[in-house]
Design a protein around this ligand. Structure first.
Ligand SMILES: [Mn+2]
Length: 304
């Protein structure tokens, strides 16, 4: 990574780790009470793309605020070095995500960071730790029921990235464009009272399914997992959360936080599940609205 990116990033990371509490500003994640939270054994998130306007940092903060876990895996593309190299974009919410992650590490969550292609700069720090976050090239996780899951971002097994980096970079710019359209479309939908709908997700599924890209990716990873003698794998990279059997290997993809807002979790008994946070948030606001309507209806009519 270029030094001019590295310096502000490291500054952001180090100021976050040596948090001066007290005077004035408290990070957003420490201002609000925890509210309703839930506990799982393990959480996997990836493809957050901090440093890009597409990153849905507020939704991720909402998730991180409410989830408690023993181990948190950051499965790559957490910080988008490719985008930051083109233009610097680092709003407060993105800092808050970094601070929240460091805070979790400080408070006893084991945080393991497996870098991806957009944050390949972090691969320079393999076997090091940033404020308690361990950086590793890949990992093998053992579930509570004894299954072994290989954890990798997945880009190393992506035919497009491996064979034609220029195509990957072009695809990246087109992807940014659809994300931009997606933001405009959804701010319009929000004004019209319609729920969030991902244009980019829709287009990508159409296009990539058509060229059997997703299938090839899944099969390549399952083959690698079999070579390693594990029961399954957890990856990210293609921004499509999924859990399915691929030739006898459990393929899990934790999705992303730019369009689908998903995470993979392991419950105390070893059961795995994909969490769709957009749905959780929509459910919550529907509940808040109906409670507000009920409260309104219960108001006595003022006597005249
Ligand atoms: Mn990736």
């Amino acid at each position: 990574m270029h030094r001019w990116i590295q310096a502000p990033l490291l500054r952001a990371l180090s100021s976050a780790s040596s948090q001066t509490s007290g005077v004035g500003h408290l990070p957003a994640n420490e201002r609000e009470p925890a509210g309703e939270s839930f506990r799982v054994r393990t959480v996997w998130i990836s493809d957050v793309h901090l440093g890009t306007p597409g990153c849905q940092a507020e939704a991720l903060l909402d998730f991180l605020k409410r989830v408690e876990c023993d181990t948190l895996y950051l499965v790559g593309d957490i910080i988008d070095g490719w985008q930051l190299r083109r233009s610097w974009y680092w709003p407060q919410a993105h800092n808050d995500v970094v601070q929240k992650l460091l805070r979790k590490a400080r408070k006893g969550t084991r945080v393991i960071y497996v870098p991806g292609n957009h944050d390949e700069f972090a691969r320079k720090f393999l076997e090091h730790s940033f404020g308690g976050i361990e950086v590793a090239e890949e990992w093998v996780h053992t579930t509570a029921d004894g299954r072994q899951l290989w954890v990798t971002h997945g880009d190393l097994y992506d035919g497009v990235i491996q064979c034609a980096r220029w195509l990957a970079l072009l695809g990246d710019s087109l992807y940014e464009l659809t994300l931009k359209l997606n933001r405009h479309l959804n701010s319009w939908r929000a004004r019209a009272g319609l729920p969030y709908w991902s244009l980019s997700k829709y287009l990508k599924l159409k296009v990539k399914r058509a060229v059997s890209y997703v299938g090839d990716f899944e099969a390549a990873l399952a083959r690698e997992a079999r070579k390693r003698g594990v029961d399954g794998l957890v990856c990210g990279h293609i921004h499509h959360a999924e859990m399915r059997d691929v030739e006898g290997i459990l393929y899990c993809n934790d999705g992303d936080w730019v369009e689908s807002l998903t995470a993979l979790v392991e419950h105390a008994d070893g059961t795995l599940a994909v969490v769709e946070w957009a749905e959780v948030m929509a459910g919550r606001s529907a509940l808040t609205n109906s409670v507000a309507r009920l409260a309104e209806a219960a108001q006595p009519t003022p006597a005249r």
